[in-house]
Write a protein that binds this ligand. Structure first.
Ligand code: KE4
Length: 427
């Protein structure tokens, strides 16, 4: 595989950017190789600067559910750009977008648009603290909610990938206000609340975890969190930055039929442009400035290009049969890979919810971060490299997801499975 140009860019990048990247997981260090630099992408394919073409299952870590360079989304962005790229003033698109989010996720009576998932979760936590007058936050080991100070405690995604247990630069006083408990362990939550429930402003959770690999909630777990939060007047926050419009048009909250007090969104809602959101009942959201005292702001919040892309993307997802198609494609790949691993007698276990899934290189089951971290990361690295060499671009970490898009088709899946049958011999 030719990689001269990527190598040259990598040398230059490391001189002028920390670790040569703008987000740690892109460095591919967890799979023991230099990153490849991408030139372009279209549909389910991505092409690097050396002209190598891959079938892409990273999908920019989730946003590209329609596939890359969707022509309708690109046209919407071009049209918006010709009218100006940012005004720092209200626009009709923001109103229409907020109304659409509320229609698709009825729990969102009001939303505030921001520019990333991190901003959405940071702001939601500040709002929860401002609304309840309490300081303590409960999160879960292996869940990642962006890089906000109070959330980098036992987090997943890049911290899990790089084995960073906690993060220097976060003052102990801040870290101590976040308690991280094992995912899927309701007894641990009940014990914490028994001791400190009156101090807890919010419980924040990925309703389907996607940052320790994919870990679905145990039956009744989310409802159990809902009941505990109700009992202690604590806000329940569903971080649906990954699962929002991924696992269903109404997000995970529509599948598990548990209504959070606040929802955070990102990734898919921006159609590949920088867009995040947080929202919930007006009674809570009205505490956000300027209608209330909880301050949060952003120069590019609700940016015209991002809202144009997001409106078009959600429009294209709000079509009958879309999620059935994603389910069919993802099930086919997931089952096919499981067969490849079984025939190779490779220890493996997989978790899938809709079009997000992962396989852990261990016999499993994986139900939380403690079990996920028992995986054979070296075997995963060999698998990742063997698939990349065969034109299949997977997330370079055992603790991320495989994402299916509407641009993948039977041929792409067949190609992936035949590559897998060869690659597995190198694991
Ligand atoms: P961003 O700030 O990266 O837009 O969103 C943060 C975030 C919040 N909540 C959840 C559940 C998330 O998964 C994320 C970000 N996800 C990671 C990968 N799983 C982004 C990839 C990266 O950090 O480069």
């Amino acid at each position: 595989m030719k990689d001269d140009r990527s190598r040259e860019l990598w040398q230059r990048a490391q001189k002028v950017m920390p670790g040569g990247v703008n987000s740690p997981v892109r460095a591919m260090s967890a799979v023991g190789r230099e990153p490849i630099f991408i030139r372009s992408a279209r549909g389910c394919h991505i092409e690097d600067v050396d002209g190598n073409r891959y079938i892409d299952y990273v999908g920019s870590w989730g946003p590209m559910i329609l596939g890359h360079a969707n022509e309708d989304v690109v046209a919407a962005v071009k049209k918006a750009a010709e009218r100006g790229t940012s005004f720092g003033a209200p626009t009709e698109a923001e109103v229409t977008f907020a109304e659409m989010l509320g229609r698709l996720m009825p729990n969102l009576e009001q939303v505030r648009l921001v520019s990333s998932g991190t901003e959405a979760t940071m702001s939601a936590l500040r709002l929860a603290r401002g609304y309840t007058g309490r300081d303590l936050i409960v999160k879960f080991d292996g869940c990642y909610h962006g890089h906000g100070d109070g959330l980098l405690v036992a987090a997943g995604s890049g911290l899990a990938t790089l084995g960073i247990p906690s993060c220097p630069g976060v003052p102990d006083e801040i870290a101590e206000l976040s308690v991280s408990l094992p995912y899927n362990d309701l007894a641990a939550v009940e014990k914490l609340f028994h001791e400190k429930g009156e101090q807890v402003a919010a419980v924040i959770i990925e309703p389907v975890a996607g940052n320790m690999g994919v870990v679905p909630p145990a039956p009744g777990y989310l409802q159990g969190l809902r009941d505990i939060c109700d009992e202690y007047n604590t806000l329940l926050i569903f971080d649906e930055v990954i699962t929002g419009f991924r696992v269903a048009l109404g997000g995970a909250q529509s599948i598990y039929e548990v209504t959070p007090d606040l929802t955070t969104l990102g990734k898919i809602i921006g159609g590949g442009l920088p867009l995040g959101a947080y929202g919930g009942k007006t009674e809570i959201m009205s505490k956000v400035a300027p209608s209330g005292p909880v301050y949060q702001a952003g120069t590019l919040s609700g940016n015209p290009l991002a809202t144009a892309a997001g409106l078009r993307a959600l429009d294209l997802l709000d079509v009958a049969g879309v999620y059935e198609r994603l389910e069919e494609l993802a099930a086919r790949l997931f089952d096919g890979l499981g067969q490849v691993f079984s025939e190779a007698k490779l220890p493996h276990c997989g978790n899938r919810v809709g079009s997000m899934f992962c396989y852990f290189f261990q016999k499993g089951p994986v139900t939380d971060y403690a079990s996920a971290s028992q995986s054979d990361n070296q075997a995963f690295a060999r698998w990742h490299n063997a698939m990349l060499a065969r034109g299949i671009y997977l997330a370079p970490s055992q603790y991320e997801c495989t994402f299916m898009s509407l641009a993948h088709d039977g041929d792409a899946i067949d190609q992936t499975l035949s590559a897998a049958a060869e690659a597995v011999k190198e694991v």
